[in-house]
Design a protein around this ligand. Sequence first.
Ligand code: GLA
Ligand code: GLA
Length: 695
Amino acid sequence: MISTLLSRLQHGPDGDPTPRLAYGADYNPEQWPREVWAEDVRLMREAGVNIVSVGIFSWARIQPAPDEWDFAWLDEIMDLLHAGGIGVDLATATASPPPWLTTAHPEILPVTASGETLWPGARQHWRPTSPVFREHALRLVRAMAERYADHPALVAWHVSNELGCHNVYDYSDDAARAFRVWLRARYSTLDALNHAWGTAFWSQRYSDWEQILPPRLAASHPNPTQQLDFKRYSSDALKEYLRAERDVLRELTPDVPVTTNFMVMGGTKGMNYADWAAEIDFVSNDHYVVPGPQDRDELSFSANLVSGISAGRPWFLMEHSTSAVNWQPINVAKRPGELARDSLVHVAHGADAVCFFQWRQSAAGAEKYHSAMVPHAGPDSELFRAVTALGSTLRTLAPVAGTEREPARVGIVFDWESWWASEQDSHPTSRLDYRQEALDWYSALLALGVRADVVTAQAELDRYDLLIAPVLHMVPTALAKDLTRYVEQGGHLVTTYFSGVVDENDHVWLGGYPGALRELLGIRVEEFGPLLDGDAVELDLDGAPTGSLWTDRITVTDLDVDVLGRYRSGAHTGLPAVTRRTVGRGSAAYVSTRLGADGLAGLLPRLLTPAGVTSELPDAARGDVELTVRRGSGARYLFLVNRTDAPVPLAGLDGELLIGRKDADGALVLPPRDVAVLRQPDRGRRGSNRCRNGG
Ligand code: GLA
Ligand code: GLA
């Protein structure tokens, strides 16, 4: 679908037939007088922009009253953009309901767990399950699709905007009704629900479906399975809303691809995108950097996970920022080089589009201090020059468009169910951060220069030589069987503390931890040993790392288990901290404490070696450079990203340099924060030795 879309972007009025990556932004012309529009299109062309998302927050302008429609301005914009050779990713405009609708129908407003109404005045103030909202929204979607079905600028549909950004958890009466319908579909009978929710506990047994509510503000910890099911239901409710809009669009414009912008980034947890991806024609993502010690690792991790969600196929970077945002406590500007490097890391991980929020920086409204492609200073600015330079870089990278990600040999499993379940309340520790643990493993692999894919639990896991599944807390029987088979067939599995502990109902697997994975790992734990804030334990591993957050008192139960490291201090001094059981040609390893990225980088060589995984980078570049590979049409594209603020020499890699620099002697060198892309002929390499050896 993306390739069709990109091919529609090829033919601007200049008739340039070069296939190219998409480049653009959210475009909100309704914030500007008409005089600005023509300049916008002229500057877009100057910057190399070939796609913009229009109409995202235009509902009140398009439909000023229930039976009044104003498409004239949008017609004009669509025509102007088309005349400028710029394609339109047209929003359905439903993201922010207009005041007339919320005044007439306050019953569409979301309600928090403590019963507060989220009033209009910002955006996304609607209940995902409100039948009234849906009726009005779908009427608008239909009007948009009917109006623009045949407009030549239309290249894709953009459903709503960041579904669930502000309204994923709605506890209203509409939600209560929809939650019951969802629960009936899942459990069929009240007996099954009572069992799954463990309602024998605290006198919670239900005798009628009508008694069931969302987990509203309660006197103590609400039922954990009720909470978990509410998370599942809330993600599903938005997914169902996405489908409703999509179905209208497919009915009226079957040939126009439909997407919606995901938010795979730190801090967004409510939407199970692994489960949503199949609903749309191509995956889109928004990503914003949150400054911190691992900020660029996090960017790479998110982009990598989006590729995993998209099953390795190209995807759209629908939004990121040219520089500062407006919604963090302190909004720092990007440093020179970061605008391009951040963009190209997404491209390295499969983005065929680089888009920003937004085209022209707003003069008014809550986002007036959010950067854009055209800043307040105007086009005569460093920022706009960097934007234009990136447009030209992306044009050079046109051959990459449509290529897929070349699988790495290491996979990091990222599982929404375990994420949701492991971070619930009333647990051994409230400090556990599922995403951070996965990110730490990713950072450790980057530090060693080892390429890894971040994949969902539904991915084709067998293709990986080494599978790292941090805090794989929820392991239903089927997943336990899959992982056991994976190891028995020669795969190398690594998991950590608090894994394998519960089934899909959040019921503990009895007989000792790590429950569902106990036999596979050949260990047994009788009691968890979480650590207080600031407490640490020493380990006798290389580099003498310390563990924090968690410990386990491990008993080895299988003769084939090697103890890779022991606790050197704390309650478990002398006992195993890291174990590895050999199973035929495969193995199953367990890390019982939180080592952090540095500690994991020290441990990893002992886990990579048995799996036969080594860095593909020259020695001098390991750790300083991130390598990512895209592959297609007989070529491999090596993306080499300088993670540091110093130049890095890159001798020893051959290929044709698409972007990047060589020094006076012709050797490849990566300036600080820069990116090089090398094209090599594809000699039919395979990602995994295991695949090559037939398992
Ligand atoms: C989100 C939204 C945009 C804008 C940006 C600001 O990504 O989709 O409308 O608010 O955040 O960072
Ligand atoms: C109180 C309650 C018990 C139990 C404990 C948990 O003592 O009476 O039912 O919840 O707290 O610590």
